[in-house]
Design a protein around this ligand. Structure first.
Ligand code: SF4
Length: 254
């Protein structure tokens, strides 16, 4: 089993040039493995850990899990709106093709933090480190493990170069868990039943994970079910037909 991260020569040059490596940490297994492995190649003082807090829609205890398994200070950022408010206002759930949840609640606040932090440090190169893996989906498999982020970079009066780096892009799920164990850590407890983490009821979650979420967080499940009814739009489809969360998960709310 190969648990070496993708670390091309460019990354080594960025380290020498004083780049700051912003490690996005969701508390999920991929972030946890990535952080542990990045520490082996990037000097401590060039690592900054940042987490986007999604509040009540996440698994409870996930933030403590990050704190407990991180040697660096964890910078917690939060969007002004929250997930359920966003859905209610738009009258629609996000979808795989339109992941407003990721862009507005995670990516946006994290990039805002990166821009400000980089400026405060007087540094000019930011490496946005994410635990995405090719194995997760066919669209993710098409990504490049190191790319220049044009949108977040600027070259006018302010000089800022931002790169997106996916150090564990080639890892299998088994290699991810192996890396966590190799760092002497345990993954978050919900993985005893779950495949994925982050939101308890993820728009891309499998039935098994959603059911586990409904068992663990019945009150939150009820809110999702009721919000579906209120806005008249469902999180999931069965073929081309909408299917309610209750029907999809197979647990009726009382
Ligand atoms: S975990 Fe799922 S629902 Fe939550 S922000 Fe990410 S994609 Fe959206």
């Amino acid at each position: 089993m190969n648990t070496s991260i993708y670390c091309p020569e460019e990354i080594k040059s960025f380290i020498d040039d004083g780049a700051i490596f912003y490690v996005s940490h969701s508390g999920g297994k991929d972030s946890q493995a990535m952080y542990a492995l990045i520490q082996e190649v990037v000097p401590d003082e060039q690592i900054v850990v940042v987490r986007a807090d999604l509040g009540e829609v996440e698994w409870q205890g996930v933030q403590d899990h990050i704190f407990e398994n991180t040697e660096h200070k964890v910078w917690v950022v939060k969007a002004k709106k929250d997930f359920l408010e966003m859905v209610e206002k738009r009258g629609k759930w996000p979808s795989a093709a339109y992941r407003q949840c990721t862009s507005d609640l995670k990516r946006g606040p994290i990039f805002k933090f990166i821009r400000n932090d980089l400026k405060e440090r007087g540094a000019t190169i930011a490496i946005n480190c994410m635990g995405l893996r090719a194995q997760e989906s066919s669209s993710r498999a098409k990504k490049k493990p190191l790319s220049y982020n044009k949108m977040q970079s600027c070259n006018n009066r302010v000089i800022r170069h931002v790169y997106d780096w996916l150090p564990i892009f080639h890892f299998t799920t088994e290699e991810v868990f192996q890396s966590i164990r190799g760092a002497g850590q345990e993954p978050f407890w919900a993985y005893s039943k779950n495949e994925r983490l982050s939101c308890v009821f993820c728009i891309m979650g499998c039935v098994n994970d959603l059911r586990h979420g409904a068992e663990q967080r019945p009150e939150l499940y009820k809110r999702y079910v009721e919000l579906e009814k209120q806005i008249g739009h469902t999180m999931f489809m069965k073929g081309k037909q909408p299917i309610s969360l209750e029907e999809h998960v197979g647990i009726k709310i009382s």
